[in-house]
Design a protein around this ligand. Structure first.
Ligand code: JFZ
Length: 592
């Protein structure tokens, strides 16, 4: 990004809300049921709650540039090219005269969304660049008045969605408008040199265009506002009131600002580690940026998309996944092929997506995740066990029946607090296999984190720890322009600080411990168990997070144990801790 200005002014607020939510969820509890929705829901609410999987489309004048301006490549968010390349508004607006996406095929896009298993589509009707992809009477900088194409693509897509039983929602950038005088990031004066205020932009362009979007395109699923910036509460409320008046059942995203939306949109690419209550959506994208870039080959694989979809649904959310059509309006082949593969998976396991509810464990399990549908549990296994045993911790019910969805019935047995599912050696589904459990009674789970007895190591994130005399903070940064990364940290560590994790161990024995850490100099680590077993080690610290091994820690008795990490000496330079990893060593321990 350019200089030090943050083009995403609302990010810190979102980060703080996330800290509060994560902290509330980190304590151990017995969970009995998942979300239940009221009976009087509108069609839009039902589609949101039960659909769980939707297509996001970023398409605008920026799609014409495909990440390149005057022979130079711009990486990351291609829809920000005006900002990234510093293109003056008048020069940028001239590009519309040669923007001719005449291969935009609304029916084909709707078919792809259906093939992918998606239930509604949200498309950018006007992004920050200010160019309307619909016919607007209030600003000529739009696809019908300013381009050779002269087709209202929002109408074509809305009609195709309506014909095919998909919902349609419109993204609208209400605060940032980089070409309209008075819009945030836009020119401050009009063609006559007169100063234009944000209020004038809001009255003369934003409100009338939102009115057009909510009156001319039939029934809509939602309006997806974005980057509220310094929008006043009154302005956010006015937008919501306008949507309500014209579309009483349409939902409004939280990015309308000031806490007046109908559901929460989390940060780009963010899947929370613990269940998130209420209506919310996780968003992610096929390439790195949202608008199509011809330089970006980091296509998301079907594996990645299936895992992220399942993780979002298992945390209680809705997954909105983006594709960007190219300068001609075509869907890139890589995107279409990846989504069609995802769709085949979703069609095999519809109960894992549609109407599926959050995991009673409230966090991912080492081998995958769990969703609930009606009275059944669905274990979605990303790492199929190699030794024929899948271990489920803390389920307090008895299993009446277990089966691979689309396959054999499985034998289960209980060992203490653990349920073992005897699995065939061959992985049933390369993308993710699904096991259905029918149980007696209402679901009841002790969701204390548990160390997987077989397979690879178990991650215990800081979100599941309690800390003494040090601070938990969240940081986020961009790897590339617009590519957000998130990290929960412990900082402010002194010799008095302690970080505690409680986890369930199925077997006594040795467990290999690794610490994710960074800092200056070196640190003398100590880990102690509630049974009084201790290990120490010293490692150099580095600028970026790295995994450092502390070695074998002994657990004397099976069951729940507290592991406490401290730094006994670090020449008192800076030390930060991310998470720990715990892995059973898998040796005989009866020699002593
Ligand atoms: C916004 C847009 O700026 C971007 O172009 C794209 O449309 C994306 C879906 O939304 O980007 C954001 C907005 C908010 C955050 C991050 C990126 N945030 O709060 O972390």
């Amino acid at each position: 990004m350019k200089g030090k200005t943050n083009p995403y002014p609302n990010t810190s607020v979102i980060a703080i809300v996330f800290i509060a939510v994560a902290m509330l969820c980190s304590c151990k509890q017995t969970t009995t049921s998942t979300t239940t929705f009221p009976d009087n829901r509108t069609n839009q609410e039902i589609l949101f709650d039960d659909g769980n999987f939707a297509m996001f489309i970023h398409f605008g004048l920026y799609s014409k540039m495909e990440g390149e301006w005057q022979g130079k490549r711009y990486y990351g968010n291609a829809e920000w090219i005006k900002h990234q390349a510093g293109i003056p508004a008048d020069e940028y607006m001239k590009e519309a005269a040669t923007f001719n996406p005449d291969e935009f095929d609304a029916e084909a896009i709707v078919k792809l969304a259906k093939d992918a298993g998606m239930r509604y589509i949200v498309i950018t009707s006007k992004h920050h660049e200010g160019f309307a992809m619909f016919d607007s009477d209030y600003c000529d900088f739009n696809i019908c008045d300013a381009t050779p194409l002269k087709r209202d693509l929002m109408k074509e897509l809305a009609d195709a969605c309506h014909r095919n039983g998909l919902g349609i929602g419109f993204y609208y950038s209400q605060w940032q408008d980089w070409t309209a005088p008075g819009g945030a990031g836009g020119p401050s004066t009009d063609a006559e040199g007169r100063t234009v205020t944000f209020e004038e932009y809001f009255r003369n362009k934003c409100i009338p265009q939102v009115n057009e979007l909510t009156t001319k395109y039939g029934e809509i699923q939602l309006i997806w506002f974005d980057t509220p910036g310094e929008l006043s509460k009154a302005a956010s409320e006015e937008l919501v009131a306008l949507v309500r008046k014209n579309q009483p059942n349409a939902l409004v995203s939280s990015r309308v600002g000031n806490g007046v939306g109908d559901y929460d949109t989390l940060n780009d690419m963010q899947v929370p580690l613990t269940n998130h209550k209420g209506r919310w959506e996780g968003i992610d994208v096929m390439q790195v940026g949202w608008g199509f870039s011809k330089f970006d080959n980091e296509w998301k694989s079907p594996d990645y998309i299936v895992r992220t979809l399942v993780s979002v649904v298992a945390r209680g959310g809705n997954f909105l996944f983006n594709i960007g059509p190219d300068s001609k309006g075509r869907i890139p082949g890589q995107a279409a092929a990846s989504l069609r593969t995802v769709g085949k998976w979703v069609k095999k396991y519809p109960q894992v997506v549609y109407g599926a509810e959050a995991s009673p464990w409230e966090h991912a399990l080492p081998w995958g995740d769990v969703v609930v549908n009606h009275d059944k549990l669905y274990l979605v296994v990303f790492s199929w066990p190699q030794d024929g045993e899948l271990w489920l911790p803390g389920l307090q019910n008895n299993v009446k029946k277990a089966r691979i969805v689309g396959g054999a019935t499985l034998t289960t047995r209980k060992e203490g607090t653990w349920t073992c599912i005897e699995t065939p050696y061959e992985c049933p589904d390369r993308l993710a296999s699904v096991i259905e459990l029918s149980i007696d009674d209402e679901i009841s789970v002790d969701n204390t984190p548990a160390v997987n007895p077989n397979g690879s190591s178990t991650l215990l994130p800081i979100e599941f720890a309690t800390v003494e005399k040090c601070e938990v903070s969240h940081s986020q940064w961009m790897e590339k322009f617009g590519e957000w990364k998130f990290k929960v940290n412990v900082g402010g560590i002194t010799a008095e600080s302690k970080i505690h994790w409680t986890a369930d161990f199925k077997e006594p024995g040795y467990y290999d411990i690794e610490v994710e850490c960074k800092g200056d100099g070196s640190a003398d680590w100590m880990m102690t168990t509630d049974e009084g077993n201790t290990i120490v080690d010293r490692h150099n610290l580095h600028e970026r997070y790295e995994w450092q091994r502390l070695g074998w820690l002994k657990i004397d008795k099976a069951g729940q144990h507290k592991l406490s990490l401290s730094v006994t000496d670090a020449d008192w330079q800076q030390v930060n801790v991310g998470s720990i990893r715990v892995e059973p060593v898998g040796i005989q321990t009866d020699w002593n």
